[in-house]
Design a protein around this ligand. Structure first.
Ligand code: MTE
Length: 344
């Protein structure tokens, strides 16, 4: 076990999409007699599958499927009222930004398709207005807030964050949004509130992937309250100065840059404060592989691949993955005294 190759070949890395599609196919074919792990890594009969070939390449270090990606969607809608959008914050990395075209064409949004390119193709189904976010649970002032009201309450900031996917690829994204903390403060968490759960829209008509039971819908994610209140945690409504497109989680999504990308729930309709640790989609789907915390940690391998390095989309060479995705100085203190192998 300790002899993991430094850079496993792409064929050894099964992105969750392909892995789940395997699971689903196996289930459907009533072949799912044992545990998934008993199947081992190589189901050759599926490798020609729609989701597999192009997508499996990127994490493994082969050319990302950007050459074959669709052209940038024409005229992403301008964001109204973004005069404050150019305001800089301390949270801006000077690393090269990933191309807009890549950010909007290489996506994980299983409700819009399991491959990286499907979400962009299917995103047009999402109706972005009217949109409201129900803020409820352990709050003194629960409220269903219309998105445009939210946008009036909080000035937008541009924050250029690294995003590290658990599949071992990464991007640098100039998000447009606002920190979550002021919203939570305004709603006044009760003394019992300890966690925050984020829920994605549930509507199989707009999100056709929800017609399959590949995951337990709606997609839910969660944070501890102190993580949610951390100044780095934000709700994004745009990127590169434009409104978010459906494939990136329009009209509003969570961004938590020190955690694996799957913590960033997309197209959020509910923010619920809870006393107990909430259920989260991935930790429920495959608890051995994805934990509640999901802090980027190069020292803790995913059971099926190393997390020590990553491939920045648009670059050829792999680079070392940094603890907490390079945000250790800001966030490591949140986990003082915790065993980060245990709480992965
Ligand atoms: N949110 C929802 N609702 N559904 C998803 O499938 N995928 C997650 C996260 N948020 C996902 C989601 C994963 S695995 C990643 S890496 C990021 O979204 C990808 O965000 P991006 O496509 O905007 O880069």
């Amino acid at each position: 076990m300790s002899k993991l190759p430094k850079e496993p070949p792409a064929s050894e890395i099964t992105p969750p999409a392909l892995y789940l599609r395997r699971r689903e196919l196996l289930k459907n074919a009533a072949l799912f007699a044992g545990t998934a792990s008993a199947l081992g890594g190589g189901l050759v009969w599926l490798t020609g599958g729609e989701a597999g070939v192009a997508d499996a390449g990127a994490p493994g270090g082969e050319a990302a499927p950007l050459a074959s990606a669709p052209p940038p969607p024409a005229g992403a809608p301008p964001l109204l009222g973004t005069s404050a959008a150019s305001a800089r914050t301390p949270f801006v990395t000077d690393e090269a930004r990933t191309d807009y075209e890549a950010i909007v064409s290489y996506n994980n949004f299983y409700e819009l398709g399991l491959s990286k390119s499907e979400p962009a193709r299917n995103a047009g189904r999402l109706r972005l207005r009217p949109w409201a976010v129900a803020c409820e649970g352990e709050l003194k002032k629960p409220e269903v807030i219309d998105l445009d009201t939210l946008l009036r309450w909080f000035p937008l900031e541009e924050r250029v964050y690294r995003m590290r996917c658990v599949e071992a690829w990464s991007m640098v994204i100039p998000w447009l949004g606002f920190p979550l903390a002021p919203l939570l403060r305004r709603l006044e968490p009760t003394s019992r509130a300890r966690y925050v759960q984020f829920t994605t829209l549930l509507d199989p008509e707009q999100l056709p992937g929800q017609r399959s039971d590949v995951l337990d819908w709606p997609y839910v994610e969660g944070l501890r309250l102190d993580e949610a209140m951390h100044p780095l945690t934000m709700l994004a409504v745009g990127l590169y100065g434009k409104s978010l497109l459906g494939q990136n989680g329009a009209p509003i999504r969570l961004v938590v840059p020190w955690k694996y990308g799957f913590k960033g729930g997309k197209s959020i309709v509910r923010i619920q404060l809870t006393e107990r640790q909430p259920r989260t989609t991935w930790s429920q789907a495959t608890p051995d592989e994805y934990g509640f915390y999901a802090n980027v940690n190069p020292a803790v391998a995913h059971p099926r691949w190393s997390q020590a390095t990553e491939r920045r989309i648009g670059e050829l060479r792999r680079r070392p993955t940094l603890p907490f995705n390079g945000y250790a100085e800001e966030v490591a203190g949140l986990y003082a005294g915790m065993d980060l192998r245990e709480s992965f």
